[in-house]
Structures are given as C-alpha cells and as structure tokens.
Design a protein around this ligand. Structure first.
Ligand code: SF4
Length: 316
C-alpha cells in the first residue's frame, strides 16, 4: 500500500498569527527582539477569544499560528490549541525552537490537543554549530529528537526555519542534509538576518555574494528531496533561475504595536535599481546592510517584466 501524501502548508493568507508569549529559554545570538522582549506584551486572552469568535462566525482563516518568542513556555498551550480547533481552525501551527518537542509525551500531548503543523527553528547542521548559536547545550539534539518523533505521526507536518547570518550561511547545505531523512518535513525556510536597527552591531549580517552559493545549494538540495522552499529577505536578482524561492509574504500577524516601531528601523526597500526593476517580491537592501557593505550597484541587476514572478506580498 502506498503512503499517504505529506500534508502541505496552506497559503499565507489562510493563516492568522498571534504572538502569545514573550519569554524564551534559548539565547540565540541572532535574536532580533532580545532588547524588547521584557516590554513587549503578548496578545491578551480577550483578544485571543475575539479572534476565535470571529473565526467561528465568519470562517475568515483556515489556520492559526501560535508564536512568541517561545510559545511552548505557556503551560496552557494545549488548552489554547483545543479552543482554536473547536472554533473552526482546521490547522494549528506552533512556532518553536523545538527543545520541548524532544520529550515525546509533550509532543504527543500537543498533537492530541490539535496541533498539526510544527514550525521549528534549526540554527545549525549539527550539535556543535546549532548549540553554538542558541547558546544552550543539547538544544540541537532535543529539537532533532522532536522532529523525528513528529515524523512518525500521521496528519502532522513540519517546517523548519533557519536564520541566515555570517555564522550560519556556510552551514545551509549541511542543515538540509542533516534533515534529509524526515518524511513529513514539507517545507524549509531560510530567513536572511536583519538586525531591527540601522547598524549591524552584532556583526551578523553576511554579504549576499558570500551567502549565495550556499543558499543556492540548499534550495536545490531541499527541492531535490521534495521539500518546498521559502527564502526571505534576499535580493531576487541574485537567485537567478531559483528566484521563485523568494517568498516574503507572511500571514497576518497580531503583535504588540511597539514591535512595528522597532521593525521600521530596518529600512527595507532600498535598492539603486528599484525604479527599473520589475520584481514585486524583493525587499531590496536594508539600512544595516547598506551601512556595512554599500549599495552593491554593480552586483544587483534589475529584473525585467518576463523574469519577475507575480506576487502581492507583505513582510511580517
Ligand atoms: S535589482 Fe534590487 S529590487 Fe531588483 S531584484 Fe535586485 S535587489 Fe531586488
């Protein structure tokens, strides 16, 4: 008997994303909100209930994403998930560093409550590189154990996300290889780092030209394994024939208003070729990148009308 096809994520517009927790128990060097975590407020239970009621009435979204900093720190997570499923959300995704999924009884409890999509951050290709970025020993082994356990459960899909920094870009093909055995890993995402500031104070932004060969290899390898791929915040023109991997769209995000003040400091959409370029997906360069590497006018090249895929994306 042939195996059932792997469950696939829905389109971004099918989901609404709620930030329900701002604590975290990893210390990832690339964390973009570490300076604001203590003052940003999670969405209230009242707002959560409002979204559920709206969906029960209007079926506005098919999927709910529960995110945070680290959503599994909420002890009532299974209850939140159960309430969401009862209000017509056919998909519930959690975004997590995956550490707590290493405990099978906990992972199973979440699935039984109704989580059917797990979005797991993978920082490196092995324990040394991953734990060296999360700064918590054992975090890779526990996340991988969690993904392997989820892989045994029908009706569940996983997605991984890797933040691409000066430290992680050489690891990208190795990350794809390290996860190659997973059958229910439907999608791999590669989010090119931006620092939520005008300067790269932590020296984590990598030159796009240095990232490119590793990113291209990772996209091709992941696709060869049957995975979907989404790249965020990378110049589309540099990706060449792999340009369709650039997907900057995100689900509607409900988050503390103060987050957007910080986010605006990034200064996206700066590209000397912007007016001549037909890309509707590309975010160009941001302020921190420009301050560090300049405008890359010779490296970037505007897309013409034929080579630019259609889109109507928003970021975050
Ligand atoms: S030319 Fe600029 S706007 Fe166009 S794809 Fe390249 S980086 Fe993006």
């Amino acid at each position: 008997m042939s195996e059932a096809p792997v469950l696939q994520p829905l389109g971004h517009a099918d989901y609404v994303s709620l930030t329900m927790e701002f604590r975290c128990n990893l210390r990832c060097v690339h964390c973009m909100i570490e300076g604001t975590m203590d003052r940003l407020r999670p969405e209230s239970d009242g707002h959560f209930e409002e979204v559920l009621r709206l969906n029960r009435r209007e079926r506005r979204w098919r999927g709910l994403i529960l995110t945070g900093s680290e959503i599994t720190l909420r002890k009532d997570l299974p209850q939140l998930v159960g309430r969401a499923r009862a209000c017509g959300f056919e998909r519930v995704r959690i975004q997590t560093h995956g550490m707590h999924l290493g405990q099978p009884s906990y992972a199973r409890r979440l699935v039984e409550a109704g989580v059917n999509e797990f979005f797991v951050s993978i920082a490196g290709a092995d324990a040394a590189s991953h734990d060296g970025i999360t700064l918590v020993k054992g975090s890779f082994e526990r996340a991988l154990r969690g993904l392997a356990f989820l892989d045994t459960l029908p009706g569940v899909l996983s997605i991984t996300n890797t933040v691409v920094t000066r430290l992680s870009y050489p690891l990208l093909p190795g990350i794809v290889a390290a996860l190659s055995e997973l059958k229910r890993l439907a999608q791999m995402e590669f989010w090119v780092y931006f620092p939520m500031a005008e300067r790269d104070e932590k020296d984590l932004v990598a030159r796009h030209g240095d990232v490119l060969p590793h990113l291209r290899a990772a996209i091709a390898d992941a696709r060869a394994l049957g995975r979907k791929v989404e790249v965020k915040n990378f110049p589309q023109c540099l990706l060449g024939e792999l340009g369709d991997a650039l997907v900057n769209a995100q689900p509607e995000l409900h988050i503390d208003e103060d987050f957007w003040t910080e986010f605006a400091r990034n200064g996206f959409y700066q590209c000397v070729h912007r007016d001549a370029c037909a890309s509707t997906e590309c975010l160009g360069l941001n302020s921190a990148y420009l301050a560090k590497f300049g405008d890359e006018a010779e490296t970037l090249s505007p897309l013409n009308r034929v080579s630019s895929p259609p889109s109507g994306s928003t970021i975050l």
